[in-house]
Design a protein around this ligand. Sequence first.
Ligand code: MRU
Length: 353
Amino acid sequence: MIAQALKWIGGIDGSLELIDQRLLPGEFVKLQCADVSQVYDAIKTLAVRGAPAIGVAGAYGLVLAVQKSTDTDLKQGLSILAEAKDHLASSRPTAVNLFWALDRVKKIAENFVSANPNASVQSFQERILEEANAICQEDIDMCRRIGENGEKFIKSGAGILTHCNAGALATAGQGTALSLMFEAQKKGKKFKVYADETRPLLQGSRLTVWELKQAGIDVTVLCDNMAGWLMKQGRIDAVITGADRIAANGDAANKIGTYSLSILAKENGIPFYIAAPSNTFDLSIKSGAEIPIEQRNADEVTTVGKVQVAPEGVNVYNPAFDITDAQNITAIITEKGVVEKPNVENISKHLKG
Ligand code: MRU
């Protein structure tokens, strides 16, 4: 059974239910978010994480915000929504899916109010919920199609390396990179997955391994510094990861450590694939140099759980993401198909198609 990272419970007065990913794999606890600040905290502290999942959570955050609108003048609802959007947008800077979803819901709300200035507050709230549900459902469908489009890159008997978690926990559906694995498994292929533990927050060992084990896929956890040696031994046939934002030229932001893997893959002649829905592309920026990289707290590096692993007060560098150059990416797999040799021309053709 594939995990459901997030789910809306009820109607317009409902709430957002999340799997609290901070506690996995030790504890499986559901978190109920009943207002915008709870959604903000859940995104900021990585209770919900992964680019597509935080987009969907953001959209539902706006549904929670407009629950507070009571005034028959719908301009009040629009101003509550705009304030909540700015707040949610300040939670994490790198994954573009969050901004994409927030902008989409805001536009829908504005169009609704200008077309129906005398509509009831309830119908306004219903329209916002309808859009958030559509974003969620589209993500579920895109995840499945990404898997169907990319499973051909997983051959029977292959060794596949992945980094961080781009599985069901990172989306509303069955994931992006891991969706390829779930679809390959459906076709009866037998393969081995190596999951980088992904320091500092261990999304690989805690989440990817948890998901793949539940699905009955053969998975082995690695410390982040082991991948190169495995590649050199010929045990890795492909690297597959997700992405948080892809620039117009194909440069892709993903979890810190992805760039190094792409260099190792190139050096060892191994294909490097990125699996992501088309809303991960940010065509407003030319290259990866323009992607904002989130810097996180020092204690994520100096402690593991509650154990101190570096001396108190040491200088810490903790970027959450890095940029993989387009030239190191063999192909990007989206719900629309496969972009081989990603560059400005191939990406713009792919997204128009
Ligand atoms: O900091 P996180 O856990 O949100 O980072 C997530 C990743 O880097 C994923 O690989 C990316 O969001 C793609 S998820 C389908």
